[in-house]
Design a protein. Structure first.
Length: 470
């Protein structure tokens, strides 16, 4: 029979049948169990007039099945149609990145996004906790990170310009941070919905907020540096003293203890070398380490972070700039700069997450219309682009494709200051990414859009302020 309920992402096998199931409380009457007959990623959902049952090969697959069942219940007003679903994801990493450093979002806003992710069987929330414009995580023994680094006195209005005379500021103090207990609570909230939180501590660049808190972490002795109030890339990067590496060990160890995920993101992107090139201390360190190029300093930071994380049983994840230096074999590369980076990372044997900016940066506008809110660029990434674009280079071999862990959308928040704007930029594009990452049966964009139109009522029920369809 035809599809009576539009599911997004579409399960890999869905067979609707005649008849309905009448239940006053579907959740309490759902039979649930783990089955060794199914693979660890697979679930099977059956709804008949006699009842509903869900079996899965693991707790993670069980969460996926529950989230599909939730869509069916949310899409039904009255008796529930009968269906048999056999389903499993194509990719293990189905992610959304949220930058809480440029603009801070309270825990309740993140919980709403987690609910929306779970509904779409997205399973990774990449939480960008630190950057030049704000430090958002409590670290024991370093109180100034949140007393100083979590706040800025004003924020640039509009896009970044190199000419200081053209800059306009809002004059409002902005900031906030999460206590370790708050983050542990968020981890638990997400876990109960099948979502893993992967934290990011960006290093050794994007550290101006930390250096503003503790100037001895930087490269310029006696410099008075504040939390960055504009966008763009700061030249202020971590120095090379033993104190800096002790600081990183303390930070990474504490963050690793907060978040039980096997992964921890260490950034590695957009790290200027200007201060290292001018620093006598950096030159001395290079001689000590046997380096001949300033660029090798960043590789030392990557190695140090990887050593700390290995001691904590964690795997490092980093943006694709780290491919330019020596890289531990265990590193997961997050590709953002272009498809060529996917080919390079996988050809070198690195597991890779596709987060390419031209399509998967959801801080880009969704149409060329002047009615769209201010975005970081004029480059459009539309709903159709997300659904139809070639996200993997055609040249990848089967061995390289096997190293692709999955896909992730990015919400950088230079111009996103509140929950409604965050949700508007995420949805419905995130619905299309969920479909791609899950590996749903291929449909035309028009077929997907028709299914999505019926699905939007579920976003309404969650209170998501999504962008209306064109």
């Amino acid at each position: 029979m035809s599809d009576p309920i539009s599911l997004v992402p579409l399960p890999r096998s869905v067979v609707w049948s005649s008849g309905t199931w009448d239940s006053p409380d579907p959740w309490s009457e759902l039979s649930v169990g783990i089955s060794t007959d199914l693979s660890r990623t697979e679930y099977a959902l059956s709804i008949s007039p006699a009842g509903a049952s869900l079996t899965a090969g693991s707790e993670a697959a069980l969460a996926d099945g529950r989230n599909t069942f939730a869509q069916i219940i949310a899409g039904t007003d009255g008796p529930i149609p009968c269906v048999t679903i056999s389903d499993s994801p194509k990719y293990a990493w189905r992610g959304l990145h949220i930058d809480v450093a440029r603009h801070f979002f309270p825990v309740s806003d993140l919980e709403t996004m987690i609910d929306a992710m779970a509904l779409h069987r997205l399973n990774i929330l990449h939480l960008h906790l630190t950057d030049d414009q704000g430090w958002r995580v409590e670290i024991k023994g370093y109180p100034r990170l949140t007393e100083v680094g979590a706040f800025r006195d004003r924020t640039l209005v509009g896009r970044y310009t190199e000419d200081e005379a053209d800059r306009v500021y809002d004059g409002e103090r902005h900031g906030g941070f999460y206590t370790q207990d708050q983050l542990r609570g968020l981890v638990d909230y997400a876990s109960r919905r099948g979502v893993m939180i992967v934290p990011e501590i960006d290093l050794p660049g994007h550290m101006q907020a930390a250096i503003a808190s503790y100037p001895e972490l930087g490269n310029v002795a006696g410099a008075e540096i504040g939390v960055r109030e504009v966008w763009g890339v700061s030249d202020h990067v971590l120095g090379v003293s033993d104190e800096v590496f002790t600081f990183l060990r303390d930070v990474l160890s504490q963050v690793a203890d907060i978040f039980p995920a096997p992964f921890l993101h260490i950034g590695g992107d957009e790290c200027p070398r200007t201060e290292w090139e001018r620093s006598p201390a950096a030159r001395e360190r290079m001689n000590e380490w046997g380096f001949t190029r300033v660029s090798e300093i960043q590789g030392r930071f990557t190695e140090h972070a990887a050593e700390v994380l290995s001691d904590k049983g964690k795997t490092p994840v980093a943006w694709d700039e780290v491919l330019e230096t020596h890289l531990p074999d265990t590193t997961v590369v997050m590709n953002w700069r272009g498809p060529a980076g996917i080919a390079e990372a996988t050809s070198r044997g690195f597991r890779t997450v596709v987060a390419t900016s031209d399509v998967l940066y959801f801080d880009h506008p969704q149409s060329p219309s002047a009615d769209e809110p201010l975005a970081i660029t004029d480059h459009v990434s539309s709903l159709e682009d997300v659904y139809t674009a070639d996200l993997l280079p055609a040249s990848l071999t089967e061995e390289q494709r096997a190293l692709v862990l999955g896909f992730q959308a990015q919400l950088w928040t230079e111009h996103i200051a509140d929950a409604a704007h965050l949700q508007y930029m995420a949805f419905p594009r995130l619905c299309a990414l969920a479909e791609r990452a899950w590996g749903s049966p291929e449909q035309s964009f028009d077929e997907f859009r028709e299914r999505l139109e019926a699905h939007l009522d579920r976003l309404d029920a969650l209170g998501i302020a999504y962008r209306p369809l064109d």
